[in-house]
Design a protein around this ligand. Structure first.
Ligand SMILES: Cc1cc2nc3c(=O)[nH]c(=O)nc-3n(C[C@H](O)[C@H](O)[C@H](O)COP(=O)(O)OP(=O)(O)OC[C@H]3O[C@@H](n4cnc5c(N)ncnc54)[C@H](O)[C@@H]3O)c2cc1C
Length: 422
């Protein structure tokens, strides 16, 4: 089959890689580069900084872990990243919390635990219980946080801001987020002991190597950057794709691996898509500006309070600054959309959108899943599974591949299945 894929993020490239070489795939990407919200820049000293996605959860990201092995990136290129957190209630304030990192004494580091840390542990324990019981994803975060025996002030200035910082949304709107989504990553990797941070994984040369390797791994398939999908039209049994350069392409199937609002725009002119357009428009995003920089603009005054991630709670927002230099020179990746001060030594700036998954959006997912493949149109993307992550994007690609190339060799290997006998 001839298959057009819109979007060269992990979802679109993952779909292409899984369908290739069984089908004839072309990936259309509106930007001049592949990767979508995976973007790695390199400092003059050769240190990689992930401006977009950066950390992956061992154990909780099984498909992504196997993909890294298939691409020859794991285990050699994988680095362990203990994720500790410092919370500042206001720019420049003394830390309200410095969570364990592990080996504090040897690092000359001091934790600040107390009631704040006890409250965070209660929230993560409750999230872990909800995960184990598979509580509905349609319950809002406020239903998880409000019953906790924790002071109002600590809920407002610590418990709500932590997930708000992860998903880029404001500290009020986060209460309406799906509780399972808001806490999924907080509970994804249990620490080895209460005195240590959960250990996540990253790639030494950055996650940007993954989209590059997926594109390079296409045997028959092609990727066309700077050529987004502009229009879809049905033409008998085929679908006519017009790209942004004005070229027409006739294909048998289309996979929309864009954000859901863009997928809605593209299918809206096709007959009978009204309900699906409504479902795709249920997903709410926040625009964020992220900087890679070398000045410790958002770090606590004292180095002994530095964590992997410093969250500053200010003016209804919670913004994170990730210290990427724990093993090298000091380099930071910071959300700066609402900061009063910009970093003085920026290496790179990028605008992204982050998904704030609400209960209505969780319900909309079911409607999108039910429409998969109707009229030859499939949907892939981070918004279709769990939370906005590399694993969800890849899981959505696997779903499409199960329908379009169920016996594809790469799909089989990714799922750990043996080749069919005979
Ligand atoms: C700052 C930040 C940090 C993050 N950190 C992490 C992390 O540490 N770990 C983690 O797992 N996840 C993280 N995420 C989430 C992760 O980046 C995403 O879930 C994942 O990369 C999404 O992949 P995707 O392919 O679904 O979408 P995207 O990467 O958003 O790709 C969509 C692509 O579609 C293209 N496109 C749009 N319209 C069209 C069109 N009409 N035609 C053709 N192409 C089109 C876009 O240009 C884009 O390239 C982070 C996200 C952000 C923003």
């Amino acid at each position: 089959m001839r298959i057009a894929i819109a979007g060269a993020g992990i979802a679109g490239l993952g779909t292409a890689w899984l369908l290739d070489p069984v089908h004839d795939v072309v990936v259309f990407e509106s930007q001049p580069r592949v990767g979508g919200r995976v973007l790695t820049v390199t400092t003059s000293a050769g240190q990689a900084v992930d401006v977009g996605a950066q950390h992956v959860a061992p154990g909780a990201f099984p498909l992504y872990g196997r993909l890294l092995e298939e691409l020859g990136l794991a285990p050699e290129a994988v680095v362990e990243v203990p994720l500790s957190v410092t919370v500042l209630r206001g720019a420049g304030s003394a830390p309200a919390l410095v969570s364990p990192h592990g080996g504090e004494a040897g690092r000359g580091r001091s934790t600040i635990l107390g009631d704040g840390w006890a409250a965070v542990r209660l929230m993560v324990d409750r999230a872990t219980e909800w995960r184990a019981r598979d509580t509905s994803w349609e319950v809002p975060l406020s239903d998880l946080v409000e019953p906790l025996p924790v002071a109002r002030d600590v809920k407002d200035t610590l418990l709500y801001p932590l997930p708000a910082a992860i998903f880029g949304c404001d500290t009020t709107r986060v209460r309406e987020m799906s509780a399972r989504a808001a806490t999924d990553l907080l509970a994804a990797v249990p620490p080895a002991s209460p005195d240590e941070a959960p250990v996540w994984h990253g790639l030494r040369a950055g996650l940007g190597g993954v989209p590059g390797a997926l594109a390079d791994g296409l045997v028959r398939g092609r990727v066309r950057t700077g050529a987004g999908v502009r229009l879809l039209r049905r033409s008998g049994d085929e679908i006519e794709v017009t790209d942004s350069t004005g070229s027409l392409h006739l294909v048998d199937r289309v996979v929309l691996a864009t954000h859901p609002d863009e997928a809605a725009r593209l299918i809206a002119p096709l007959p009978g898509t009204g309900g699906l357009v409504g479902a795709l428009n249920e997903f709410g995003y926040t625009e964020v500006l992220v900087a890679a920089h070398t000045d410790p603009a958002y770090m606590p005054a004292e180095r002994r309070h530095w964590s992997t991630s410093t969250v500053t709670v200010h003016g209804g927002w919670a913004e994170s600054s990730t210290w990427c230099g724990t093993d090298g020179a000091d380099v930071f990746k910071s959300w700066i959309t609402h900061r009063e001060e910009a970093p003085r030594k920026p290496l790179a700036l990028a605008s992204f959108r982050q998904l704030c998954l609400t209960p209505p959006a969780v319900r909309a997912r079911t409607r999108v899943a039910a429409a998969q493949g109707r009229g030859g149109i499939h949907f892939a993307g981070h918004y279709l599974h769990r939370v906005d992550s590399q694993e969800s994007a890849l899981a959505s690609a696997v779903d499409v591949a199960r329908r379009l190339a169920p016996d594809g060799p790469r799909l089989r290997r990714l799922l750990g299945r043996r080749p069919a006998a005979g």
